[in-house]
Design a protein around this ligand. Sequence first.
Ligand code: HEM
Length: 132
Amino acid sequence: MTTRIERPLSPHLQTYRVTLTMALSIIHRATGIALYFGTLLLAWWLIAAASGPTAYAHVQAFTSSLIGKLILFGYTWALLHHLVSGIRYFFWDLGYGFKANEREALTWGALIAGIALTVLVWIIAYAIGAGR
Ligand code: HEM
């Protein structure tokens, strides 16, 4: 008969305390996956532009609808958040920003910069008339 040996268990999701860096790590991966779908939208736009006015009108009907605008806003945020959050990873890859306060500052910075840049891009888009 074999006796069960009590070995230590590896931690799992219920054991970890959710931290800002952990949440942003998940968001980084999620935005990366969302970018695949955003790239499909970009490809649709370019192919339609090359195909002619009817195909382009379909894209425009989508991008000027409320749902289309919401998806584009989400795509803008996913792209800009992933970009600034990705730059944060480059700091870490270079060996900087590992102290607790630096980690937090970089992570808050990426979160705030991603949102601020998204709003800025949309303000500029509307200001030049592209949002209409
Ligand atoms: C359309 C463009 C992009 C797509 C589709 C994309 C997709 C992804 C995906 C799916 C991941 C997660 C990989 C994983 O966790 O296994 C990832 C990670 C990463 N991305 Fe992007 N990405 C894009 C653009 C960028 C840009 C512009 C940067 C520049 C800063 C960037 C920097 C990073 C970094 C540093 C990681 C690794 C993060 C880690 O170590 O966990 N990505 N990307």
